[in-house]
Design a protein around this ligand. Structure first.
Ligand code: FES
Length: 580
């Protein structure tokens, strides 16, 4: 009778084999070890740096790698000292011949321990180990979007104050997976892996509230408003027990983020991004059950910036207009003739009252919120473009590049929220965006308003390599001039988009959080370029994003923090905040 498993492969006469034997077959290279407890076969390549385990030392059922002392249990492949485990292979003896089973194991069996190992690596911020485990997961058949979701879930379970930047970066990186097939998907997993490890090194799991039944939008809104964490989180967890309910949960989160301008707008950005992650995941419900409560938790504990003195005027105005929101929402008409420059200019260069009057005036005239959002995006892009590079290096100024990028990525999230959420309360986001972008005025470089843009580089001298070179050499003016040349020439944008995406994934900065902002800003810039089709300010998002990625960003801030600490603690002098 033929063997039902043709993957059983003869290694050699059992009696004639040495105690440690190397065996090669196709892509397999095994280390076969005879012990008093039996014969075992493991991968010959050490999972650490790939040196041959056959050169290691065997004691009992433990093999110690000769190179860096990792110790492996020969029976299970588990690593007793070092990092991840090694793959084992079934061994049998038939008619005096040793055979090994080279069949790839069932993914259902392999994936759970690999995920455990990956999480262990994340807890140690051991990037090389996590990256190796991620490749193993991909090769074992776990879809890359699910691995991205795994990272967001890990982040959600561990994050002390709820979801972090891991979520939006995982969502953004998922967008380019099509261009990174097979194991190359690892390049898209690497930025969120790095960020995840940095954020949650050795952090315990955050305790969760018990699920509660019968949640409604109104009940949850009340719990969020009163900062009743256990009740709000419990109600959301109760809702998510029902399959497919994450779409309803999204409405709860949009409502919660509309009530207050939270933590520099991060929570709305995350609420917008999470949908992409869930839609790509094989088991959206399972991902939602981990990620959405953490997102709500970040809303519950986030700073309510709208209650702080620097933003009070904007939000007092919102409350005055809010009773008219249902009427304004109904009256909105995309065919209303509208000069987008009115809101844009008031937000960019007007006084607070002028910006708010322009917003209220446009809505009162029946201008569609989506069109107003576009005008605010244009202002946000120009605000980002105007950022004064001197702030980045001034230890007495708190504002830096990341403060500037937030305003633009938040405005982009507001545009999506307005399109996605059919509710008069979505108008609240317009006030949040005006407040955030307008209050950033003091970050503008002196004279930036009058400063002409760098002249476009003539078509024959523009290509993606030249733009990447300008970014690498930190030449913002040249990068902007080249992109202007590209756009003026009317060339298709896709090659430039791909080149910039690839560059954003290829370690454009040292700190994972800065890489996260490069990714978020570039992705939002291309989104808004698309969304602004036909708009006179269409190029601004790209020009602003390219100026940011081509500018020097100060990543080490320990010395600055020491400077601030001395001024504060020893001299009672607080760091200067230009915008607050
Ligand atoms: S290669 Fe085996 S421990 Fe480093």
């Amino acid at each position: 009778m033929s063997d039902p498993n043709p993957a059983w492969t003869p290694v050699g006469e059992a009696a004639g084999l040495p105690a440690v034997h190397t065996f090669k077959q196709g892509r397999h290279q095994l280390c076969v070890v005879k012990t008093d407890d039996g014969v075992f076969a493991i991968d010959n390549r050490c999972p650490h740096e790939g040196y041959p385990l056959a050169t290691g030392d065997v004691r009992g059922c433990e093999l110690t790698c000769a190179w860096h002392n990792w110790k492996f249990d020969l029976k299970s492949g588990g690593c007793r000292l070092g990092g991840e485990g090694v793959r084992t292979y079934p061994v049998r003896e038939r008619d005096g011949v040793l055979e090994v089973d080279l069949q790839d194991p069932d993914p259902e069996t392999v994936i759970p321990p690999l995920l455990e190992s990956l999480e262990e690596g994340l807890l140690k911020h051991d990037n090389p180990r996590v990256l190796r485990d991620a490749v193993r997961l991909l090769l074992a058949g776990r879809p890359a979007p699910d691995v991205l979701a795994d990272l967001a879930r890990f982040d959600a379970r561990r994050a002390e104050y709820g979801t972090t930047h891991v979520l939006p970066v995982a969502a953004d990186c998922g967008r380019v997976l099509e261009r990174y097939p097979g194991p190359d998907a690892l390049y898209t997993l690497a930025p969120p892996i790095d960020l995840c490890g940095e954020n949650h090194s050795r952090r315990p799991v955050r305790p969760l509230a018990e699920p509660l039944p019968d949640g409604t939008l109104e009940v949850v809104r009340h719990a969020v408003e009163s900062e009743d964490v256990a009740r709000a989180e419990g109600l959301l967890r109760g809702l998510l027990e029902r399959p497919g309910s994450w779409r309803e949960a999204e409405t709860w989160l949009l409502d919660a983020t509309s009530r207050h301008f939270l933590g520099f707008g991060h929570q709305l950005i995350y609420t917008i991004k999470v949908r992409e992650l869930l839609e790509r995941a094989s088991d959206s419900d399972a991902v939602a059950r981990d990620v959405l409560p953490a997102l709500l938790y970040s809303i519950l504990v986030g700073t309510r910036e709208d209650t702080l003195p620097y933003l009070t005027a904007y939000f007092d105005h919102l409350e005055q207009v809010a009773p008219r929101f249902p009427e304004l929402w109904r009256a909105a008409d995309t065919s209303t003739t509208y000069d987008p420059g009115v809101v844009r200019d008031a937000v960019l260069d007007g006084r607070c009252g002028e910006a708010l009057d322009a917003l209220e005036g446009a809505l009162s005239e029946g201008v569609a919120p989506r069109q107003i959002a576009s005008a605010i995006i244009s202002a946000a892009a120009q605000r980002l473009y105007r950022f004064d590079l001197a702030h980045e290096t001034d230890p007495d100024v708190a504002e830096n590049w990341l403060w500037a990028t937030h305003r633009f990525t938040f405005a982009s999230a507001v545009r999506v929220a307005i399109e996605r959420w059919d509710s008069p309360d979505a108008l609240r986001f317009l006030w949040q965006a005006v407040a955030f972008v307008h209050s950033g005025q003091p970050m503008d470089a002196p004279g930036a308003r009058e400063q002409p843009l760098p002249a476009p580089v003539p078509a024959g001298h523009v290509d993606a390599d030249a733009i990447l070179a300008a970014i690498t050499t930190k030449s913002p003016e040249r990068a902007v001039a080249l992109v202007r040349g590209w756009l003026a020439d009317g060339r298709p944008l896709t090659p430039l988009k791909h080149a910039l995406e690839d560059a954003a994934l290829a370690d454009p900065a040292v700190r994972p959080i800065v890489v996260a902002h490069v990714i978020k800003t570039l992705w939002a810039a291309f989104d808004e370029f698309d969304a602004l089709e036909g708009h006179p300010d269409r190029d601004w998002p790209l020009l602003a994003a390219v100026r940011f990625v081509a500018s020097p960003v100060k990543e080490r801030r320990v010395h600055d923090a020491a400077h601030t600490s001395i001024a504060w603690v020893a001299e009672n002098r607080m760091p200067r905040k230009l915008t607050q």
